[in-house]
Design a binder for this molecule. Structure first.
Ligand code: FMN
Length: 452
């Protein structure tokens, strides 16, 4: 396998029960896995066996699941789980190669804390950490942080931009070789190599330095998954990995090309931003086996959950008075409107779907690309986008865990390896090495400029 060949990047996106809305109810699923370290350890080890670039743990600053009442909430499967940086710190000890990426919000954290946590994780894991930077998107989270409502979208991104200046500045508090530990001379570090940030901005006043040495990767890898205009602009400026949601190659290409252009406009190298659409995967040895697996999960979708999900996707329309096996009613407010809910509504009208059929049709990937079939069929589709400017890799979303991840590692990954699309062995050491990303150069003004 040539070192220079472009390789497909793979992330394993691992919410405790898996991605299908009924995953937790599968007979082999572990509904209590969100707070079981051995369970997560075995998932991380499986992903490492599959030579994934990284695992990814999403997160919210509270219970983010959309629900209308306690009855609906009580039927969801992702209520409680480890705080992801704590979990990744423990997983760092039980893995050797795989990247460890998690979400932290710029809206509900202080930059010093986040800089310190990810720098620590990078040291603990010898250079394998990644931060999915989110601005958060629910009032449920705001209510855990002294607010009734979340701040406006533009204000969240405004804060996020300054947040990044502070965090990256703090990571550059110390030059890479600042620490001498010289017992003889009595110098713990070289004072010339300490740099005080001295940030004074609109949202933050942070002097520094960070009380963690420069991370092994220089900076942990920056990941971003916002899809709004602000989100894409933020990604173009800061992100090194971008998670996206697309269904068709045309959509994926339009986004891929547009974002790479925006990256170049910021003076950055477009190859240093890896675009990874989500891929919800149900793989079987045969087509029939894959279809059976999917049918098992679909049969487990609780109507209360399915209906709640659909009503949310349609813009909180109340469908509770209508029979599940009857047609989707006329919803005049959605006629001729734009956006995701209109697409869904039009699909139901066009195909004559019942309410149940419509929620089942969206129960799997929640908008992500949905791939079902044999390893060959799925590999063909992953390869297509990868070779045609739709993707640099994928954020792989197993249907349910742990079996779904094992099936991907044991069936799909070997097929991708046979095609030379993914590695057979880890060659580098850090997450940046795996992804082919450069280590950021050190950049700070000398301490003497701001110490006064
Ligand atoms: C694959 C993927 C993972 C995401 N993970 C998170 C997450 O862990 N936490 C979160 O609050 N939002 C997550 N998001 C949503 C957005 O990234 C996030 O809420 C964002 O800050 C809102 O930005 P936007 O308005 O630009 O879309 C994710 C989105 C995608 C596509």
């Amino acid at each position: 396998m040539s070192q220079n060949r472009r390789m497909m990047k793979l992330g394993a996106f691992l919410p405790a029960p898996g991605h299908h809305v009924a995953a937790w109810r599968h007979p082999n699923a572990r509904p209590d896995g969100g707070l079981d370290f051995d369970y997560y350890r075995s998932l991380a080890v499986a992903a490492e066996r599959g030579k994934f670039d990284m695992i990814f743990l999403s997160d919210g600053a509270g219970v983010r699941t959309k629900y209308k009442d306690a009855d609906e909430l009580s039927r969801q499967g992702r209520m409680v789980h480890f705080e992801p940086l704590t979990l990744l710190s423990a997983l760092a000890v039980h893995t050797r190669h795989i990247g460890l990426t998690a979400t932290a919000s710029t809206t509900y954290n202080a930059p010093f804390t986040v800089a310190r946590q990810f720098a620590s994780l990078d040291h603990l894991s010898a250079g394998r950490s990644g931060w999915n930077v989110v601005t958060s998107a629910t009032d449920a989270e705001a209510r855990n942080f002294n607010l009734d409502k979340q701040p406006e979208h533009a204000a969240r991104y405004h804060r996020a931009r300054e947040f990044m200046e502070v965090v990256t500045g703090l990571w550059d508090s110390w030059e890479d070789d600042a620490f001498l530990y010289d017992k003889e001379s009595g110098r713990f570090f070289d004072p010339e190599k300490l740099h005080i940030l001295g940030h004074q901005g609109e949202h933050f006043s942070v002097r520094g330095p960070l009380n963690v040495a420069r991370p092994p990767q220089g900076h942990p890898v920056i990941v971003q998954a916002g899809s709004s205009k602000d989100g894409q602009d933020f990604a173009a400026r800061w992100a090194e990995v971008v998670f996206t949601v697309q269904q068709t190659l045309e959509q994926a290409q339009a986004h891929y090309r547009g974002l790479k252009e925006q990256v170049a406009a910021y003076g950055r190298n477009p190859d240093h931003v890896k675009i990874m659409p989500g891929a919800f995967i149900v793989v079987g040895r045969t087509q029939a086996e894959a279809e059976d697996k999917y049918a098992t999960l679909q049969a487990l979708v609780d109507p209360v959950v399915g209906l709640g999900m659909l009503s949310y996707q349609l813009g909180m329309v109340d469908l509770s008075g209508y029979p599940l096996d009857g047609p989707l009613p006329e919803l005049p407010a959605l006629e001729g409107s734009a956006g995701k809910q209109a697409v869904l509504y039009a699909q139901a009208r066009r195909q004559g779907l019942t309410i149940r059929e419509l929620y089942l049709a969206t129960a799997a990937g929640r908008g992500h690309r949905f791939l079902l079939g044999t390893p060959e069929v799925i590999a063909d589709q992953l390869e297509d986008w990868f070779l045609n400017e739709g993707a640099d890799g994928y954020n792989i979303m197993p249907d349910y865990l742990p079996d779904g991840l094992d099936a991907i590692v044991d069936l799909l990954v070997p097929e991708l390896q046979r095609r030379g699309l993914v590695r057979r062995e880890y060659e580098g050491r850090t997450l940046r090495d795996h992804l082919g990303l450069p280590r950021p150069d050190f950049s700070r003004t000398p301490a003497s400029a701001v110490t006064a």
